[in-house]
Design a protein around this ligand. Structure first.
Ligand code: SF4
Ligand code: SF4
Length: 380
């Protein structure tokens, strides 16, 4: 910890040797990123049972656990709430996670992704009692939950279970701060009222904040030519009084160096900077057609294996760029190599998994309609 806020290494988007295979973590590059991050005074690794289909935990074992003394780092891991079917599942998953990581306790342990669809699964499996006991027995030093739903559900949840937790992990960034669906500000304030520290995930909203329009990029350059948009976004989160951890899901050495630099030289945002980000958030909101964070949860559960976030990303980029024919070609390339958006059967399986509450089948239909008439270099 270099300042009061811990800068955490989010391990859900690690470098891969094959971009189509989430299990193909590029261990050599990841090891170098870990070494740089640790050398610069940081030591917090956030993972889950699900990231990289379990290979995030395995990669952390190789890069961190096997190469550094146990007391020199912290590991945060998460129970796969959506897979819980009975009480015994808690122990089964926890043992599997400890084994993949090669450790005998977690520094932090979460119930992963509380939302309206999955809260009953955790309740039916008695998971809250289970993780309370994990803390009592020292298997988890501190416990919390990550949350993806609105402030109404969060309030109900905190009334029922708030006293057992040490912290809450929220999606929080300057774009979602006043968003009527994510309600980041309201959720942040509620955690404060219930005495919980806030840990931040998605400070860049999976890249949506930085992959933006030329106009927004120019605004940032004019405002401060020496600071990146990513740095502003991280500083926004770390400047909030009740925030104790800010995660960044780093995928390459460049991100790692830049983010370490932001936190090593951390300065709280001043009033002018807060005001500037509020204006840019509004512009960004208007420019993003589909607010997908690229978390990939939907893809893992789509029976048709549709590359949903990739289609949404192409669609968003097309909407943001004036010269956008190239994105029609990208769309057809992706549909040709993988599965077209039109293969969606409206089974609705993905909807419960979407952290951004996007109506995925409806949006896929829109995407398909927009692109199907355009230039298709793969048609004959
Ligand atoms: S509704 Fe469409 S995108 Fe969603 S899981 Fe079903 S087939 Fe896949
Ligand atoms: S559509 Fe939803 S679940 Fe799928 S990647 Fe985007 S935000 Fe995540």
């Amino acid at each position: 910890m270099v300042n009061d806020v811990i800068f955490g290494f989010g391990c859900m988007r690690l470098p891969q040797t094959d971009e189509n295979d989430p299990t193909s973590v590029d261990q050599e590059t990841f090891n170098k990123m870990v070494d740089y991050y640790m050398e610069n005074g940081f030591n917090y690794f956030d993972t889950s049972y699900a990231y990289h289909n379990g290979y995030s935990e395995i990669a952390i074992k190789k890069a961190v656990v096997d190469r550094y003394p146990r007391e020199s780092y912290q590991i945060a891991d998460k129970m796969p709430t959506w897979l819980l079917t009975k009480e015994e599942d808690n122990e089964k998953f926890v043992n599997e996670m400890l084994e993949r990581l090669g450790i005998d306790y977690f520094d932090k342990f979460f119930i992963h992704n509380i939302n309206a669809a999955w809260l009953p699964k955790a309740e039916n499996a008695n998971s809250f009692e289970y993780i309370k006991n994990m803390k009592k027995e020292g298997i988890a030093r501190e416990i919390g939950f990550s949350f993806h739903d609105d402030s109404k559900l969060l309030k109900q949840f905190l009334e029922e279970y708030g006293d057992i937790f040490d912290f809450a992990q929220l999606e929080l960034n300057y774009l979602d701060w006043e968003d009527p669906i994510i309600e980041a500000r309201k959720c942040y304030e509620l955690c404060g009222q219930y005495g919980l520290d806030v840990y931040v995930m998605e400070p860049l909203k999976g890249g949506v904040i930085i992959n933006t329009t030329d106009e927004i990029k120019d605004d940032f350059k004019k405002f401060n030519p020496n600071e990146s948009i990513a740095s502003f976004a991280l500083r926004f989160c770390a400047s909030l009084d009740n925030v104790k951890v800010v995660l960044s899901g780093m995928s390459n050495m460049e991100n790692t160096i830049e983010n370490c630099d932001t936190f090593k030289n951390f300065k709280k945002l001043n009033d002018d900077e807060f005001e500037f980000l509020a204006i840019e958030a509004e512009k960004l909101r208007l420019s993003v057609a589909i607010p997908c964070s690229g978390c990939n949860y939907c893809v893992e559960h789509c029976p048709e294996e549709i590359p949903i976030p990739d289609f949404f990303n192409i669609y968003n980029t097309k909407k943001q760029q004036e010269d956008s024919d190239i994105y029609t070609a990208y769309y057809h390339k992706l549909a040709n190599e993988k599965v077209p958006a039109s293969n969606c059967t409206y089974c609705q399986t993905c909807i419960d998994y979407c952290t951004q509450k996007i109506n995925i089948p409806d949006e896929l239909k829109n995407v398909d309609e927009i692109f199907k008439e355009g230039f298709n270099p793969y048609s004959r």
